[in-house]
Each structure stands twice: as structure tokens, then as C-alpha cells.
Design a protein around this ligand. Sequence first.
Ligand code: FMN
Length: 260
Amino acid sequence: MNPVIDLILNRKSVRAYEAKEISAETKQEILAASLRAPTAGNMMLYSIIEVNDQRAKDTLAKTCDNQPFIAKAPWVLLFLADYQRWYDYFIACGVPEMFEQKGSAMRKPEEGDLFLACCDALIAAQTAVIAAESLGVGSCYIGDIMENYEAHRELFNLPQYVFPICLLCFGYPTRQQKEREQTQRFDTKFIVFENQYKRLDRASFEEMYRDLHERTFRDRTTVESASNIGQLQYQRKFSADFTIEMTRSVRAILKTWQAD
Ligand SMILES: Cc1cc2nc3c(=O)[nH]c(=O)nc-3n(C[C@H](O)[C@H](O)[C@H](O)COP(=O)(O)O)c2cc1C
């Protein structure tokens, strides 16, 4: 099989790491690959913070929904959707004065700019994931970095037009992680449509979730008072405390972004 496809098809998130440092050369290779990711208008609307300070990692292990493995990861990268750099550059280049002369005002980064910057940051992050994987370095995304904005803003000195979109933990996988079974995915037909969006009916849902349901409810009729995957997922993820906090925190980030 094509080795790139093989690598992608066999990747797993890695949450337990060997006590082995990642060399500076390997880190450099991963970063170089990440920075070659496609980027909107070739603007590189993102920044990356290498979190090397153990105290900061310890804090993240708590503020990102209490996930202790973050503190143990040999390498942690914070991906930021970043319009601050361009905005500061516009100002340094006299864009406000240019508009003043025309009798109008310069626009500030808005929601569309934020979404584009998030795309850039996430594409760079995933490129780092695949590059790392090709070098034997496992990784895991931490979406919970979108929680506790105020604490993260202070910890990393984040200005107004910077949105912490994802954290990545890297390290060499332990044997247990290497041997762990891969997670399952839904069948392509439920995810990939032709020309038009297709809403799924009950029969399709039944088929889509059958395997997962059977694995989850193999020897019991309820799990955490839920009797099917929808009820379970709603409780575990959709209405969980971390999700509520993420919504609060993202609103706070948006309020900052939209402030005059
Ligand atoms: C946006 C995003 C956020 C994630 N956040 C976390 C997280 O906070 N903690 C964690 O352990 N895994 C996190 N993951 C990893 C997923 O749980 C994992 O990708 C999923 O369970 C599928 O498993 P696999 O990556 O091994 O195929 C995240 C993944 C993505 C893409």
C-alpha cells in the first residue's frame, strides 16, 4: 500500500508516552512540515506556542478538563488562530491613515476572519500530526484548550485577535498504546454525500450506530442510565460540564474579538 495512506489509516491518538525526549531535529522537522500546510491567501493566520514550561503544562492538565497526561507529554504545542499579527502589521504599515485620508475607517478582524484563521491553525496542526506520526511520534488533540479562556489568556499573554483553537500533545507511544485497538469510524455512506446534503432518517441511524450500540451495550441494557448511543453521548459529551464551560469560554473569546 502507498506508505502515506498506510500511515494515515493506521494512526491512533496517543495519550501515554515513553519517557523519551523528542530530539530538537525531529521537532524542527515536524514544525517545518506544519508550516508548509496550505494557508488561506498564503497569510499564515496562526501562531504556535511551544509549551516547554512544566508549570504551564501542569496548569493545562487542570484547565483543559483535568487530563493529567498533558503534564506528562514530552512536547506540547498550542495552535492559535491569529489575526493579531496581520492587524498589527496593517497598523504598522499606515493602513488606518490611508483610510483616514479617504474619509473612512479601517476594518478590524471580524467573525469571517476568525473562522478563516481557525481553518489555517487546524490545518497546520493536522499537518504536524501526520508529520510526527511519520517519525514515530504519537500525538493527541486537546479541544478543551477552548475552555477557561481567561486563565489561558493570562498564561500565554494572548492579545485580542488570538483564539486558542487546539492544543497538541506529542510523544513516543508506550507499548500499550501501540497495541491498543484503533477506534471505529462510521461508514462512508453516512458521512460522504453526492451533490446534496442528506439528512438521515431513523432507519439510517439504526444502521449507522448498530455496531457501536452492540459493542457498548453488549452485556447490559443501560450505561449511565442511557439505553442507546444518542442518550449516552448527550450525557457524556453534549451536556457535560466541560461542554458547558467550553461554550461559556468561547463566548468570552468572541466577545473579546468583537470588542471595539
Ligand atoms: C478537535 C479535537 C479535540 C480533541 N480533544 C481531545 C481531548 O481533549 N482529550 C483527548 O484525550 N482526546 C481528544 N481528542 C482525540 C479524540 O478523542 C480522538 O481523535 C477520537 O477519539 C478518535 O480516536 P483516534 O484519534 O485514536 O482515531 C480530540 C480530537 C479532536 C479532533
